[in-house]
Design a binder for this molecule. Structure first.
Ligand SMILES: Nc1ncnc2c1ncn2[C@@H]1O[C@H](COP(=O)(O)OP(=O)(O)O)[C@@H](O)[C@H]1O
Ligand SMILES: Nc1ccn([C@@H]2O[C@H](COP(=O)(O)OP(=O)(O)O)[C@@H](O)[C@H]2O)c(=O)n1
Length: 209
């Protein structure tokens, strides 16, 4: 069983996926962390974020691995854990450039398709491209202001700066952020976290095995 939860930046994908996965007793998979790891490695190595062979070389040569734990995903570079470094403003700014590289997308997709079912997968193109066969698909939205207010609790910048950065990232990610035709689109603006999780769980009565 695969459930996909896609959506725009800071729409609640990872928190909601964690809650849904816990309720189902399965892991969740944060695809964005692999794109964030690609950006972090390129930034650390001083590699141009648009240089596909160089970025791919960093990913393939150095053993980047996603660990999709139920309590929170972790990313490893060999023995070094990258997770805590993946949500900086610097990585937020650089990640869309590496995510636009077809070779990097193919590498991420291949990692994800190796994972054993069942799981909840979250990102941008889980329901459209990576797991089109998923049993249930969701797409989370909220206004840029609502998303910026939520993310402001996790970043040092003020709400207008975060809102501008989120809007820029939505624009840079526009190729990946079309909902699957068979996804249920949920505006999370009026809902709290548990409210979103409950909407999803209420539509999944047949997917709990
Ligand atoms: N429906 C919601 N209501 C209020 N806060 C939310 C809601 N969904 C997510 N959040 C909060 O918004 C922030 C961003 O959520 P996150 O799950 O990281 O989003 P994404 O994975 O889409 O970037 C987190 O602090 C999270 O707790
Ligand atoms: N399936 C995915 C997931 C993320 N991404 C890229 O990775 C970036 C970070 O994704 P994320 O899900 O960690 O970001 P947030 O929405 O949590 O801020 C996005 O802005 C996209 O550029 C993607 O292209 N496809």
């Amino acid at each position: 069983m695969i459930v996909t939860i896609d959506g725009v930046a800071a729409s609640g994908k990872s928190s909601v996926s964690g809650g849904v996965a816990r309720a189902l007793g399965v892991p969740y998979v944060s695809s964005g962390l692999l794109y964030r790891a690609a950006a972090l490695l390129a930034l650390e190595a001083g590699v141009d974020l648009r240089d596909a062979p160089a970025v791919l070389g960093l990913l393939e040569g150095r053993g980047v691995r996603l660990e999709p734990l139920a309590e929170g995903n972790r990313v490893w570079l060999g023995q070094r854990e990258l997770t805590a470094d993946l949500h900086s403003t610097r990585v937020d700014k650089g990640v869309s450039a590496v995510a636009a590289l077809p070779d990097v997308r193919a590498w991420v997709d291949a990692q994800l398709r190796l994972l054993p079912e069942p799981f909840v997968a979250e990102g941008r193109d889980m329901g459209t491209n990576v797991f089109p066969q998923a049993q249930a698909k969701f797409y989370l939205t909220a206004s840029p202001r609502v998303r910026a207010e939520r993310r402001a609790k996790e970043r040092p910048e003020d709400i207008p700066a975060i809102e501008a950065a989120l809007t820029r990232r939505d624009e840079a990610d526009r190729r990946q952020i079309t909902p699957a035709a068979d996804a249920l689109v949920i505006d999370t603006g009026p809902l709290d976290l548990q409210g979103v999780i409950d909407v999803i769980l209420s539509t999944l009565p047949d997917c709990r095995s």
